[in-house]
Design a binder for this molecule. Structure first.
Ligand code: G16
Ligand code: MG
Length: 220
């Protein structure tokens, strides 16, 4: 195992809370409608545009392209305001230790987040220097569940996908890792992430030795 492809939201930090808070505010402000908590799952790991598409489909609302663009910009503005208070204390439990273990074993770290705010979030968490590369989601053709962002993240550290593990909390993300040909490590529950090759209930359980062992067994 030579590389690790990290999802950001839900794995490194719980920015999903801020994403959904920003979507809720946007929908309340524009349509005076509430979003059910269940919709959060559908926007997890999914690009900004695909998230709004899913939300509007749920609400059965159609908007013009210009209004759509305005709404995504507005959501991002609120999201960025919420991110301003982010500090290294927002790094999820177990992640700093796991990163240290990877680095100790010369495993390269690459970010495979759908978020265009990835570099800003890593900066706020003071994790920039830990990463060898950040794949640019604006340069990939198709978002998760397509494999593109994970392929880009592996390529950015010059490691073959099969020599990488990908760590994800979303259904779309696990599918993307599997299609990229990397070994998928899920963080979450089995009913959602049943396609993950290795699953941990939350980030505090992530364990370097277990990950390496499972990757080796899988590739034997
Ligand atoms: C994250 C979130 C998604 C969000 C997407 C795009 O993905 O899980 O909810 O819609 O990024 O974010 P932004 O609007 O900041 O570009 P990931 O891949 O880090 O889980
Ligand atoms: Mg995620």
């Amino acid at each position: 195992m030579k590389g690790v492809l990290f999802d950001l939201d839900g794995v490194i930090a719980d920015t999903a809370v801020y994403h959904f808070q920003a979507w809720r505010k946007l929908i309340k402000d524009h349509f005076n409608r509430e979003l059910p908590a269940a919709l959060e799952k559908q926007t997890k790991g999914v690009s900004r545009n695909d998230s709004l598409t899913a939300i509007l489909a749920y609400l059965d609302i159609k908007v013009s392209d210009a209004a759509f663009q305005k709404m995504t910009d507005e959501k991002n503005k609120v999201f960025r305001e919420l991110l301003a208070s982010l500090t290294p204390q927002n790094i999820l439990p177990g992640i700093s230790d796991l990163i240290a273990q990877f680095k100790e074993h010369d495993v390269k770290l690459s970010l495979a987040s759908a978020s265009l705010n990835g570099p800003y979030i890593l900066e706020k968490l003071q994790l920039n220097s830990a990463f060898d590369a950040i794949a640019d989601p604006s340069k990939v053709v198709a978002g998760k569940p397509a494999p593109d962002i994970f392929l880009a993240a592996a390529s950015a550290i010059n490691v073959e996908p099969k020599e990488c593990v990908g760590i994800e909390d979303s259904i779309a993300g696990i599918k993307a890792i599997n299609s990229a040909g990397a070994f998928s490590v899920g963080v979450g529950n089995k009913s959602d992430l049943n396609q993950a090759k290795l699953l941990f209930p939350n980030t505090s359980y992530l364990n370097y030795q277990q990950i390496v062992q499972a990757w080796q067994n899988f590739n034997q």
